[in-house]
Design a protein around this ligand. Sequence first.
Ligand code: FAD
Ligand code: SIN
Length: 531
Amino acid sequence: MSKTRQQVDFLVLGSGAAGLSFAIQVADFGSVAVVTKDSASESNTQYAQGGIAAVMDAADSIENHVRDTLTAGAGLCDEKVVRTIVGDGPTEIKRLIDEGAVFSSSNGSLHLGREGGHGKSRIVHAADSTGEVVEESLLERVKKHPNIQMLEHHFALELITDHHLGQHVSKVRPDIKCFGAYVYNEGADAVETWLAKITMLATGGAGQVYLHTTNPSVATGDGVAMAYRAKARVANMEFVQFHPTTLFHDEAKSFLISEAVRGEGAILLNKGGNRFMADYDPRGELAPRDIVARAIDNELKTRGDDHVWLDISHKPSAFVQTHFPRIYSRCLEFGIDITKEKIPVVPAAHYMCGGVFTDVNGQTSIEHLLACGEVAYTGLHGANRLASNSLLEALVVGHRSAVRAVELSKTSGWRHEIPDWDDSGTIHPVEWILISHNKDELRRIMWDYVGIVRSTLRLERARRRIDLLHEETEVFYRRSRVSIGLCELRNMIAVAHLVIRSASIRRESRGLHYIPDFPELVENERRMTLI
Ligand code: FAD
Ligand code: SIN
């Protein structure tokens, strides 16, 4: 076997909460490789602030958490899945604590935060750096496990399926199988063939498809794009969640101001100084995220303002600094003392509610391919994710799919006849400007035409422009040697296409998909958008 061919029992693509929790749990049963395109901790998980939603208080109940999740999901959640994931939540929190994660507490019990759409305080958190604590604790265990190898700066290019055995895969077929992935090793500048009994897709979200996003640069939707090309089923891609409050500052890169700040009493004011949320929803600042983001968008558009204000300065300074140390110090770097001043905020793309369609054990429509975390659609979030339910989902489904993967691995093997990556006839790309220009153009199109409020006309315009970018990029891709920038652009185009196509199919306004051409929620449209 050449150096570019490797085989493992479990191949994990992505090193966020989903991929790592899966890896840790399968590692006792076989060899594991975790492929990750940047350094191991770089992920959406690392930047999570608010926390993890789970029922950890006797005054709360699973039933309450289920109800809040279903309400936010606007009729599209799978109730059975919601019950399973919410029900498993407390166990996953205890597991994290037992394994060393330290969360905020008061008087000897967990301090539970509050966020929009939650009827109770149930957000387990580590001040405003929950993601960092979770990621570090998982990475620590991964590094100690002898069966896990961590491959940093390795970029998953394509899933290997029957197609690579020369078998024609025309439509979604129930019998497509996954045999691993082609992975670009950046250091060696070589494409490696990773054969696996089970492949776990845990590549996270796609916020980078939008001009303004809370997501780090790794979030380019690679997993959804790869799965779509492999002909897996993809669901509900029209539901893109915009976070209502990110710091409005040229250099802040849409830094998130956690919803937990509103949970602790911060209020929203327009630039005229009016507290406006009560005009939109009786729950005010703690209405679900889609409502708050749309309200802000409306204030900005009708008043012609560039931002609204978020104000927590009425709270004692020590309270603010203790609860939100990261937000406090980051804002201070931009000259804003949040204990004394209002924070200028705007919405930004935040979370991909749709994704690769799976069951609650991570099983996709492709055999031996599992998916988990933000890349997947289990039915938990429906048309709008309830705040802090995503880390919960990543951990619970990470665990459940590990159980499934171990079982599946007992009856599967490696397919040695898989060919290596063929890049004969390609040349080094020279037109680098095309990649960066087309990325920028795509992100702007999505922001301007496929944002918080949509229209049939704008969706159609976006589709035409994305088609053009697709054509250009495919020609370029076929001629060029592998480059991460080009592969990401190609994946972002695929995600944009899926969002626009799904949004065009849904002829109603529901949850995060708001289109004034079809302003009502329509009972007949209460179904998943499956592609
Ligand atoms: P990620 O954590 O994003 O991990 C994906 C991994 O895949 C990364 O390691 C990435 O580098 C890798 N990857 C991607 N493509 C490739 C490729 N082609 N090849 C190899 N590797 C690849 N949710 C909550 O529940 N509570 C919160 O408080 C919260 N706060 C948030 C705050 C911010 C600023 C952001 C951005 C998100 C927040 N979320 C929160 C959402 C939550 O963080 C994510 O949904 C969750 O962490 C996703 O975990 P994941 O493991 O699926 O993906
Ligand atoms: C936040 O802290 O506001 C983000 C929470 C989430 O996205 O779930």
